[in-house]
Design a protein around this ligand. Structure first.
Ligand code: ADP
Ligand code: MG
Length: 339
């Protein structure tokens, strides 16, 4: 068994559509141990916050009642410890220990696959705890039914309480998680930068955190401010692949549709504001979403000079701060383009 990670709290867990049910159920369980949902099974792919929620349950219980006997254990560790106990003839101590817990948090139960002896022992531990109405929380990256070589009676036991699923978080939730993680280490991450990273690292939260750690370490090392350009450099190898997916034609088409103008207007000589504003916005988006250089972007907008592109980007940056309409438009477009 291991100690609880103090950082994995409900407060540090960002809620979004993808995880709100799992969070609500976890919070219920912590307030009503053994009586809300027992067992609670948190199901979801790797890196989506199962272990975090499990620790949060433990931390919340201990915060209110420090005397509660809680153990967090990874299933693999449970199996190892049991094998050791068998070899050392201490299996009775092992059994006693687990069967007398108030709360058992057991992570990644898919690791019980093919471990028959451990399944047997765990089945009894599990039943003993449940009979006493002591809380059991399980996590798994597979539905119990889909775990190969898991005894039928365990499959049905595991599924007998409440199974809740965590889905991959949407872009806004990913950005909010990044801002939260940055705030925890006292880094004030700008929302634009958070969105920039969230958009490009779409997979799991663990990868997202890895990217953030790299950006922060780089910034601390070089003493530079964390801007979008800085982030682009720091994560160059991670994002260059994805950047090719948002191409400039797509940006122009989307911007033209959004402002109800023609795509050709963006490259035209027109200086009407109804055209120049969308053009500036499209240039900024191209700069933010692709790895094209300023001269490349100028070329794509009717052969304009790179200094025009730079002014456009600066102008949009100012307007995003001072003009709600522009900042809203920009944000909407960013969202549309990165889905
Ligand atoms: P899993 O156990 O599902 O593989 P973890 O619980 O280990 O995933 O989560 C991986 C990392 O992502 C952890 O550092 C965790 O704090 C973080 N994380 C995942 N989801 C969230 C969330 N909604 N809010 C804050 N952090 C999260
Ligand atoms: Mg985990």
């Amino acid at each position: 068994p291991s100690f609880l990670n103090k950082m994995y709290t409900f407060d540090n867990f960002v809620e979004g559509k993808s995880n709100e049910l799992a969070k609500a159920a976890s919070s219920q369980v912590s307030e009503n141990m053994g009586r809300a949902y027992n067992p609670l099974l948190i199901y979801g792919s790797s890196g989506l916050g199962k272990t975090h929620l499990m620790h949060a349950i433990g931390n919340a219980i201990l915060a209110k009642k420090p005397s509660v006997n809680i153990v967090y254990v990874h299933s693999e560790k449970f199996v190892q410890d049991m094998v050791k106990a068998l070899q050392q003839n201490t299996i009775n101590v092992f059994k006693e220990y687990y069967r007398n817990l108030d709360v058992l948090l057991i992570d990644d139960i898919q690791f019980f696959a093919s471990k028959e002896r451990s399944q047997e022992e765990f089945f009894h531990t599990f039943n003993t705890l449940l009979e006493k109405k002591h809380q059991v929380v399980l996590t798994s990256d597979k539905y119990p039914k889909e775990i190969a070589n898991l005894a039928e009676r365990l499959k049905s036991r595991f599924s007998s309480g409440l199974p809740v699923t965590i889905e991959p978080p949407d872009m806004e939730t990913r950005a909010a998680i990044l801002m939260k993680k940055a705030a925890i280490v006292n880094v004030d991450l700008h929302q634009d930068v958070a969105l920039f990273i969230a958009k490009r690292i779409p997979s799991n939260v663990r990868d997202l955190e890895g990217a953030l750690r790299r950006v922060i370490a780089n910034a601390q090392f070089t003493g530079r401010e964390i801007t979008i350009d800085f982030t682009k450099e720091a994560l160059h190898d991670l994002i260059s692949m994805r950047d090719k997916l948002v191409d400039i034609n797509n940006i122009q088409k989307t911007v033209a549709e959004y402002y109800k103008i023609r795509i050709a207007d963006l490259s035209s000589k027109s200086r009407r504001q109804a055209i120049t504003r969308p053009r500036q916005v499209a240039m900024s988006l191209a700069r933010e979403l692709t790895s094209l250089s300023y001269p490349d972007i100028g070329d794509a907008f009717g052969g304009r000079d790179h200094t025009t592109v730079i002014s456009a980007c600066n102008r949009v940056k100012e307007l995003k701060e001072s003009d709600v309409k522009v900042s809203e438009d920009y944000f909407n477009l960013l969202r549309t383009l990165s889905h």
